[in-house]
Ligand binder design. Sequence first.
Ligand code: SF4
Ligand code: SF4
Length: 80
Amino acid sequence: MSVGTRGDYVKATVTVNEELCKGCALCVGACPKALMTLDGSPLNAKGYKTARCADEAACIACAFCAVMCPDSAITVEKEV
Ligand code: SF4
Ligand code: SF4
């Protein structure tokens, strides 16, 4: 296993554009690993709670969260 990978798995980065997010939580329900959360996130300029991935190390980079987001606020990047 090399640095930055977990076995044959992926290293994922989940980025939420906080100014696009409106706190609808659709991404929270979409994540099969229950990693997306609104808890503990800052409010954005519009006053919405914003989503974040609570544990990128556990993320499988499926991008369900990004696909589900109606505001295209989420970007999922993965290193194979
Ligand atoms: S990419 Fe998949 S596993 Fe990772 S946070 Fe999004 S929905 Fe969850
Ligand atoms: S689905 Fe998009 S707009 Fe809704 S909480 Fe998640 S990141 Fe924010």
